[in-house]
Design a protein around this ligand. Structure first.
Ligand code: GLU
Length: 456
């Protein structure tokens, strides 16, 4: 029997994740699929794109532009390790499109980062900002690295981050391309990037450039509510879905894959609704308890032990048992391609709310649709992160500091109206929600291209 991909999750616990690729064989940077073992993620994006472009009859010329990335930057850079050795790292930044505003998107630190994956993630960012109606284009980047403490000290991680920022140079900038956290990166890493970028500027320009990254620590110019924003957005949309379905979240059950920033916040924010987390999985394994696993308790445990492995108040289960756990809602918040031809038939849920980017591949989508399982697609569902990044960027530009209630209220308004746009289009075209989300994004991009025209 084929085995499913183990989830590769963000945040806590990468220690059981195998060796880093550094110093080992590097993937073919020009090849379509990153590591040659997994199918191309970018091919999935193009499948999704073609389906929507055909249905909405997207202009043929604009279609060509949007089916390609604008810039792909690969940097190989040396960093001195604590023991005096030099290691060479490979970093990426793919800028998909900037017709709606500066390039925007996260940086991930993961051994499986490769050009194909980054291309796909950058393209999803363009759609995401277009759907949310925030003035950004799409980008993504990362370093091919296993960032676990067992492998790199905190000082090494800092030097790797600073040297990567230096290598990117003017390929990022507060009005040009604005990185943010993603898998295995966090506010501390954003602070190092900001500081390094500012050191490279003329002194009199530094103070007005702190918005070169978002997701910063609060004291360094971050926004309240950015840390929880992606998980909060997921939960706002689950609330909205439940309201429409006449479904009572009180007493409902949910399962979460990935217990990093997005998964743990979503899990925690479901709790006040009286919903019970009956299973959870991270890179170290999966846990099950039909009586419910307390998210706050599990977060405290994972902080102490670096992952959820060994948590005493739940039973360990394997990956397949996790995917087949009966619950009302599934929140995938790990990495890509988890809901596939193999696993989609096993799901026993009513709703999939995609906290991760690309957790469902096109086969998985088809099966969910056939099985009548509702889906809130990633480019809508997890857009809370980039929406609050936009709020942080605005606050920095205006030298303002908004309180948490204001951030939350604005996030809710923006993400719920994006939901309504997608819902309207799904209804109009009688199509599924992923396709509808694409049509919303592509329509906005098409209109802007038509107004602006193509230079020269
Ligand atoms: N990495 C997050 C995402 O995939 C956030 C991006 C951002 O805030 O720019 O949406």
């Amino acid at each position: 029997m084929k085995t499913a991909n183990k989830p590769r999750t963000s945040g806590s616990g990468t220690k059981r994740n195998g060796a880093a690729a550094n110093g080992k064989k590097m993937p073919d940077v020009n090849g379509p699929a990153g590591d040659g073992k997994r199918p191309s993620l970018y091919a999935n994006v193009i499948k999704q794109f073609d389906k929507a472009a055909d249905m909405m009859r997207l202009d043929g010329n604009i279609r060509k532009i949007l089916a390609s990335t604008m810039n792909e930057i690969i940097v190989n850079f040396p960093v001195k390790m604590d023991d005096g050795r030099i290691e060479i790292f490979r970093g990426y930044r793919v800028q998909h499109n900037d017709v709606l505003g500066p390039f925007k998107g996260g940086l991930r630190y993961h051994p499986a980062v490769n050009i194909d994956e980054v291309r796909a993630l950058a393209t999803w960012m363009t759609w995401k900002s277009a759907i949310a109606e925030i003035p950004y284009g799409g980008a993504k980047g990362g370093i091919q690295i296993d960032p676990s403490r067992q492998k790199y000290s905190i000082n090494e991680l800092e030097r790797i981050t600073r040297r990567f920022t230096f290598a990117l140079g003017n390929n990022i900038g507060p009005e040009y391309d604005i990185p943010a956290p993603d898998v295995n990166t966090n506010p501390q890493i954003m602070a190092w990037i900001m500081d390094t970028y500012l050191q490279m500027m003329p002194p009199h320009e530094r103070q007005r450039c702190i918005h070169v990254v978002t997701g910063k620590p609060i004291k360094s110019g971050g926004s309240l509510g950015r840390d929880k924003a992606t998980g909060q957005g997921v939960v706002y949309l689950i609330e909205r879905w439940a309201e429409e379905q006449g479904f009572d979240l009180d007493g409902s059950t949910y399962i979460v894959q990935g217990f990093g920033n997005v998964g743990s916040w979503a899990a925690r924010l479901m709790k006040p609704h009286g919903a019970k987390m009956v299973a959870v999985e991270d890179v170290a394994g999966a846990l099950y308890n039909p009586e419910g696993i307390d998210p706050d308790d599990l977060i405290a445990y994972a902080k102490e032990h670096s992952d959820i492995f060994g948590y005493p108040d739940a039973k360990p289960i394997d990956h397949m048992a996790f995917m087949g756990t009966k619950a009302d809602i599934f929140i995938p918040a790990a990495l890509e391609s988890q809901i596939t031809a193999l696993t989609a038939p096993m799901l026993k849920v009513r709703l999939v709310a995609e906290g991760a980017n690309g957790p469902t591949d096109p086969d998985g989508d088809r099966i969910l649709l056939e099985r009548g399982i509702h889906l809130i697609p990633d480019i809508l569902c997890n857009s809370g992160g980039v929406i609050v990044s936009y709020f942080e960027w605005l606050q920095n530009k205006r030298s303002e500091f908004w309180d948490l209630d204001e951030v939350d209220a604005k996030l809710k308004k923006k993400i719920v109206s994006a939901y309504e746009r997608v819902q309207g289009v799904a209804h109009h075209y009688k199509t599924d929600w992923r396709n509808a989300a694409y049509i919303v994004a592509l329509t906005r991009l098409e209109n802007v291209y038509k107004e602006r025209g193509i230079f020269p």
